[in-house]
Design a protein around this ligand. Sequence first.
Ligand code: SAH
Length: 284
Amino acid sequence: MNTLNITKQIIKKYNIKANKRYGQNFLIDDNILQNITEVAEITSKDLVIEIGPGLGNLTEYILNKAAYALLIEIDSKMIDVLTDRLKEYSNYTLLNEDILKVNINQVVNKIEQQQNIKFEKVKVVANLPYYITTPIIFKILEDENIISDITVMVQKEVALRMVAKNNSKDYGILTLMVEYFCDANIKLEVSPNCFIPPPNVTSSVILLKKNKKYKVNNEKLLFELIHKAFAQRRKKMINSLEANKFNNMNKKQVEDLFLKCNIDFNTRAEQLDIKQYIDIVNNI
Ligand code: SAH
């Protein structure tokens, strides 16, 4: 049976009402589900983390390919559905938690100990809840270094921000963080009618492969610089940095730093590329 019919049956059986607050849009298109697992290149040596498995539509595809899956779902109503639907599988751990509160590195280490396996790669594969896409991505990039590849469905606009070039309106904090940590490629565009209920936006599947290409003396300071540069993106960057007390520097100190890095005093945050941001930090 196809995923659309299974979804309709489950919705009826459990009297499911998609919860807007949790960003619930269930993916029902088998071609897209298949494509997502192909983009992620899931192998039988991988541990896959699925954020928000929902009714389990993507989960079944993942479990058929991966060595093991860690499923993290906030909605307790989904937990019964998943436990029932996945009863033929034993290669997963299901947590009823908020992804933003889980220490993934720790949980994965525990699973490796319990299963007595060292997974070749730990990958995130998910149709993300759109209301918290950015915090989830930042968490995976900054805190969870065990994860190597991230294949996620996000709002098309967010995918475009991840791969934006400087001097464009999409360019910002998310772009720079993604550029610093990963190689990013948009892989698929997905129309609203591939979901129940359909979201109000077009979606994209993006593949982020962790690859730190740049040397920076102080990572924390780089992240502070990026955030404070864009805190007032219409202002000149020097003024935004001063107003937000970047590294506790006064205007004269920031100007001296810009001189050292050969950056014009009138520059705005969106004009600089990641190398220039790193250059600023490395000159402090
Ligand atoms: N993967 C499923 C569902 C996607 S909808 C599919 O493709 O059909 C997004 C899912 O994320 C929902 O199941 C929602 O309950 C869950 N979710 C929302 N916020 C969450 C959070 N903070 N932590 C974990 N899961 C969350």
